[in-house]
Design a protein around this ligand. Sequence first.
Ligand code: GLC
Length: 555
Amino acid sequence: MNAAATGATPTEWWRDAVIYQVYPRSFADANGDGEGDLPGITSRLEHLASLGVDALWLSPFYPSPQKDGGYDVADYRDVDPRFGTLADAEALVARAHELNLRVIVDLVPNHCSWDHADFKAALAAGPGSPEREKFIFRDGTGADGSLPPNDWQSMFHGPAWTRVTEPDGTQGQWYLHLFDPSQPDWNWDNPAVRDDFDATLRFWLDRGVDGFRVDVCDALVKAPGLPSWPHLNLGVVRPIDGKFPPMWDQEGIHEIFRRWRGVLDSYEGERILCAEAWLMPDRIARITRPGEMHQAFNFAYLETKWRAEDLRATIDTSLAANGAVGAPTTWVLSNHDVIRHASRFGFDADLELQDGIGADDPQPDRELGLRRARAATLLMLGLPGAAYLYQGEELGLPEHTELPDEFREDPTWERSGHTVRGRDGCRIPMPWEKDARAFGFGDTDTTWLPQPDYYGDYAVDQQSGRDGSTLELYRAALVQRRELGLGGGELEWLPDLPEGVLGFRNGSVAVVANTTREDVELGDRFADATVALASGVGSPRLVPADTTVWLRLAG
Ligand code: GLC
């Protein structure tokens, strides 16, 4: 039971927490307009309580033109009418707290929306104005300034610069956007920007939120002079030709994190910061140093293939790096930016997947994907540290891999010239009840992204109380994880396991994952143990193909 539940003084609840990501547009639709909303989330919070998670993290629900699924924020201190009102946000937090669930909201500090009042003011005020100093405006290159200021690429493809029309009607300066043109980057060298974000933190802390997930926090500071970098770094950032990209992980980010930590620590309770930064564990651990962020997503783990030796290497480097600074390691397999793991694992591990899958792409083996997803989840939840879950993964929900292209909203699809499908397939509205309209997502015939017919079979009501269902596997895993203290435990590798089998001891439990396509005999080394939980039909003597077992050790 967590500290909030017992009423005890909270003691670093986040170190072993399981945090569930809600994507507001696709969780539950209370007003029947085909898009999820805050009252919908509030009405479904009991699902999270019965799942047994400690907290939820809400992707952005702020006013936004939704050019990048709400990660283009027009006002950081309000709620978009499509999602409800500020009063709805307060009601959500209050109800979550009643259910002993903590609430983390998304902070998007690298960029805002081009609809943000400050950006509009910057456009209107013209070159050299203090308003423009809040963003990264530069003159173009080439004889008439018609070429971008440098060669940086946008994460959604195409140049990272867009030219503006000046108030006098002439073609003028360019502004930097590491993402979509609708997402101008803030200038974090400007004290006014820093002050404004302090106000945003306080605004939500005053409303009782328990922390922030900080979007692309490693991009806030750019190398002086914006030096050339023609590459596009997708996924975890690694040096190229020995050089590190000038827009990620610059030293100046740390003083910003320390400043925010000071703001959070001035509040009662334990409010946390979680870094979204696609960096290797050694660089992540600089962000989770004392006085900076509490934890960071472990995307190196998310990117690791379902192969025993690769998993072991990532687990080792992650625990070592975070351990060295006294931070918990986190684990994550899915989120709103990647192909759901129940589908990712349905491909041969050697296949390099792009961002998103379309109907004419090779399709995953759904059964294999689910089998491995369950095994991967049980492995993850057996590891010491905190874990992040993404809505629907507790149902074994696959990606919508045949979403008709006309529905795609991810800017990547257009900007890549229809070569990269993007992330819509993992953002499909949740199925709650098989026989209800929109599978219980809301009282509507049309959801903002269409649900595939087979999603009904994955609905919560089809799995709840059904022995062996993925939902019941998650519930049991979360109960046992807490009872056995796995999140707060320590990992000790078990030697001499067959090839392709990963095994470690965590307290009184042995976690054994068979990542191969063949059943594996364990002999009698665990003969005295009993099966606490298994993703398939495991025993202390035999772990079937693509299966993880938790064995309770005798004595
Ligand atoms: C983060 C978000 C992603 C968004 C991007 C730009 O990576 O998770 O959804 O597109 O930042 O804000």
